[in-house]
Design a protein around this ligand. Structure first.
Ligand SMILES: [Zn+2]
Length: 421
């Protein structure tokens, strides 16, 4: 009998972790933290009992706890795409830099993690242990991201990770593993349809253009891995010809993407989109760029650190400037508060945001329609496990799958164990 133990990222977004226990082997699917300054982690597992960890993609909410598995003398094999491994190194390093001694691990564990990697490309099955075959599939979420197909003694489990069925500038839509028996599916947008992508892109570029033509600076906080590059492609694709600056870790992530053209839909589109941007290197350069109208693309995506937080201090009280969010803002983050209340603590003081605040849905997750499409493409799933969504999204979606689709679906809680015959 197979046991699936939910360690984190259930009825919430953040700190994902799922442990598959075959009786003989224990295999982790993702082990992340929350993307905040004082990160939360999934339930602990002993580094000695995990045989392998398979990582869907580099985002910290999926990868940020992995170094904890390398605190002992041994350590599990880390399986992921070569690009995800390189990006995880970048993001976890940054996490260590930001949090310093507050973290329960150091660069030593990260280094050890890198000594245990087994890079695997898409669609190439590998038998990691007797009768356990893993295949990574394109997840359409960020470059290098994978959904995980894992066959254990004939039972096929499919973990979507973060999955996007909508074509973006960076990636082809995700593959669906139709013949899975057990599907562990994300539900970030289970209650919400995305607006039409092309229309939203046009509306976004129109707004940036408006701000710049009125003499303002458009600060676009964006995740370093994926969203920042997608935004650059969107601006170029829709003919934005104003000044664009790219800052922070998004620069390094872009260079890494460009070193793995096989993981990009259109390598040249990304290359040309970032070529004309100004890559910010010094504080004086940053101050200078703010003196003239233009767009600044910078992590962190929710304003919790990174250069975006510095830019915020410069633009928040200027009516002609704008803060333009391009992703979901997790409740509790600075970005969420600015979006909902137009207030934030900046420089230690409570401040009113006078700059224009806008939000565009340029998501790299499936919306409600696409999640339902994934479900409809499944041939004969025996069980659906709904994770990676806020409480309401996960519970509603699983109820809907039970009542309207006749599926055996659940939205587990952290700590739950699901038994598969
Ligand atoms: Zn992600």
């Amino acid at each position: 009998m197979l046991r699936i133990r939910i360690l984190g990222g259930a009825r919430r977004v953040g700190a994902s972790g799922i442990l598959l226990d075959t009786g003989k082997r224990k295999i982790l699917l993702d082990y992340g933290s929350t993307p905040s300054k004082n990160p939360d982690f999934p339930l602990p597992v002993s580094p000695y009992e995990v045989d392998a960890i398979i990582l869907s993609h580099a985002h910290i909410d999926h990868s940020g706890a992995i170094p904890l598995l390398y605190k002992g003398a041994r350590g599990p094999t880390l399986i992921s795409t070569p690009l995800t491994i390189e990006l995880s190194d970048l993001l976890i390093n940054d996490m260590i830099k930001i949090n310093g001694r507050k973290l329960p691990f150091t660069k030593r564990e990260l280094q050890k993690m890198l000594e245990h990697v087994l890079p695997v490309k898409y669609n190439e099955p590998i038998e990691i242990f007797d009768n356990i075959i893993v295949t990574l599939r394109n997840a359409g979420h960020v470059p290098g991201s994978a959904s995980i197909e894992i066959e254990i003694n004939g039972t096929k489990i499919w973990y979507t990770g973060d999955i996007n069925l909508i074509e973006t500038h960076l990636l082809e839509p995700a593959d669906v593993v139709k013949d899975a028996d057990v599907v562990i599916i994300e539900s970030t947008y289970a209650l919400k349809d995305h607006p039409d992508r092309k229309m939203e892109e046009k509306r976004f570029v129109r707004t940036v253009r408006e701000i710049v033509e009125d003499g303002g600076v458009a600060l676009i906080p964006a995740f370093a891995v994926g969203r920042a590059q997608e935004v650059m492609c969107i601006l170029r694709h829709h003919g934005f010809d104003g000044r664009v600056a790219l800052d922070g870790m998004a620069q390094l992530a872009t260079s890494i993407f460009l070193a793995y053209p096989e993981y990009l839909k259109d390598y040249l589109e990304l290359k040309y989109s970032v070529r004309h941007a100004k890559w910010m290197k010094s504080k004086s350069q940053r101050k200078k760029i703010l003196k003239k109208p233009g767009a600044v693309v910078s992590p962190a995506g929710m304003l919790s650190g990174g250069w975006a937080e510095w830019y915020l201090k410069q633009v928040y009280d200027k009516e002609r400037d704008a803060i333009i969010f391009v992703s979901f803002q997790v409740p509790g983050t600075m970005g969420h508060r600015i979006l909902t209340e137009k207030r934030a603590i900046i420089g230690g003081k409570e401040r009113e945001i006078k700059a224009r605040v806008e939000h565009f849905e340029l998501s790299s997750h499936s919306g409600r329609k696409e999640l339902l499409e994934i479900i409809s493409r499944l041939e004969d799933p025996k069980k659906i496990i709904v994770v990676h969504g806020e409480d309401e999204a996960a519970s509603h979606f699983s109820m809907e799958l039970r009542e309207n689709h006749g599926l055996d679906a659940i939205a587990p809680y952290i700590g739950d164990i699901i038994y598969i015959d």
